[in-house]
Ligand binder design. Structure first.
Ligand SMILES: *Cc1c(COP(=O)(O)O)cnc(C)c1O
Length: 400
């Protein structure tokens, strides 16, 4: 087996993930020469292509592109400290630490917080970065059924230990539903544990001023709470941040290996995130996003979407092939939507994951709703999205 050509021979052909080279411009996306409207991006506020954000990045690039070293060596740009202070202040925490990405934040954070004597209690649908962080730490992990607080409470009674951490996404990335953070905090209090909330999708899109789910539940800044956010989604940039008490953040400065042993963020990304924060605080894009969400949800009421109050609107299809066929049809009609399949989501729950953005126009949303309604009616007649007369593979290769 000492050959790179057959090393991954077990990757099954029908589960293969495809990379689609694509060019974006606002919500327009060009995929292999097809001009589509993008409903598959986490750029919820349209800030990744906002002129002010782009200009801030360009200005920072005039001086340097790379940061040259990790933060503890010589890559500790003063902009990082300024942005950390602004983020802590905005979100209502004592302190903040900026790291390379959300994935690196969670891998390093859990590794720093936990060891084999620590017990981690994790929602079954948590993001992969939280799952892998717990694994890397060597902690004993107990996964509870999605959003099942009663189950979690049982586990907390069952597994006493000195150091315990409840870990959850805020907004869940594949379902768009939200953890009940008030209940999680009450359990953390009752059982004397830490609470780690990764609100990658809620930051910038939920709550007063887009402050996110911890603000909605009035728990931001709590001494038991650690919050993670990313610049890769609503901020439209790249990088991530961890919020907590002074002591926690200082501990992470000493122990967070994914920060210590990795090159600091490029200045352009820091500058872009700082400008994005200013725009988020002004709130114009968030208003647009909510307007679009209300409009979209009213339009798809009868189309079988999973109830979600966030910018993530899933339509569970079931079989992988049906989800792929439907996304291919949508491409034919000018819409780019991602089909999410196992193992990213549980078997038999392949879905289309629509994401709304502040920069979609009402007309674009109406066009999508009209298209989905038509497909829905056709499906009711033929009982399935994958019609027999269309060779699905052919359709896909023709379009993509
Ligand atoms: C996207 C996401 C991440 C990863 O963030 P990146 O900055 O893209 O690495 C982490 N956690 C959750 C819940 C996410 O949705």
């Amino acid at each position: 087996m000492g050959n790179t050509r057959n090393w991954f021979a077990d990757v099954s052909e029908n589960r293969r993930r495809r990379f689609l080279a694509s060019q974006r411009d606002g919500v327009a996306i060009d995929v292999n020469g097809h001009a589509l409207i993008n409903f598959a991006s986490n750029d919820y506020l349209g800030l990744s292509t906002h002129p002010a954000v782009c200009m801030a990045a360009q200005a920072a690039c005039a001086h340097a592109v790379g940061s040259g070293a990790s933060r503890l060596v010589s890559g500790d740009d003063p902009m990082l400290h300024r942005l950390e202070a602004k983020l802590a202040d905005w979100k209502g925490y004592e302190a903040c630490l900026i790291v390379g990405s959300g994935m690196l934040a969670n891998l390093g954070l859990l590794q720093a917080l936990a060891d084999r004597h620590t017990h981690v209690f994790a929602d079954k649908l948590n993001h992969a970065s939280l799952v892998d962080g717990a694994r890397l730490s060597g902690a004993k992990t107990h996964r509870y059924a999605h959003l099942d607080a009663a189950f979690l409470e049982k586990q907390l009674h069952q597994y006493p230990a000195e150091k315990r951490i409840i870990v959850s996404d805020g907004v869940f990335s594949m379902d768009g539903d939200c953890a009940d953070l008030s209940t999680l905090m009450a359990l953390a209090e009752a059982h004397d544990t830490l609470l780690l909330i990764d609100d990658a999708h809620g930051t910038g899109t939920l709550g007063e001023n887009g402050k996110g789910l911890t603000t909605v539940h009035h728990i931001a800044g709590h001494a038991r709470l650690i919050e993670v956010g990313t610049f890769g989604k609503a901020f439209g940039s790249y990088g991530a941040f961890i919020l907590g008490t002074h002591e926690l953040i200082e501990g992470l400065r000493q122990r967070q290996r994914t920060m210590i042993y990795s090159t600091a963020l490029p200045p352009a990304m820091i500058a872009a995130a700082e400008t994005a924060l200013l725009l988020i605080q002004r709130g114009e894009q968030l208003k647009q996003l909510h307007r679009n969400l209300v409009h979209f949800k009213a339009g798809v009421l009868k189309l079988g979407f999973t109830a979600s109050d966030t910018a993530i609107q899933p339509l569970v299809i079931g079989e992988d092939a049906d989800a792929l066929a439907m996304s291919a049809r949508l491409v034919e009609h000018g819409f780019f939507v991602s089909a999410i399949r196992p193992p990213t989501v549980p078997e038999g729950t392949a879905r289309l994951r629509f994401t709304l953005s502040a920069v979609h126009s009402i007309e674009q949303i109406d066009q999508l709703i009209a298209c989905l309604s038509l497909m829905h009616d056709t499906q009711r007649e033929s009982k399935t999205f994958a019609t027999n007369d269309t060779n699905e593979h052919e359709l896909k290769t023709k379009i993509l």
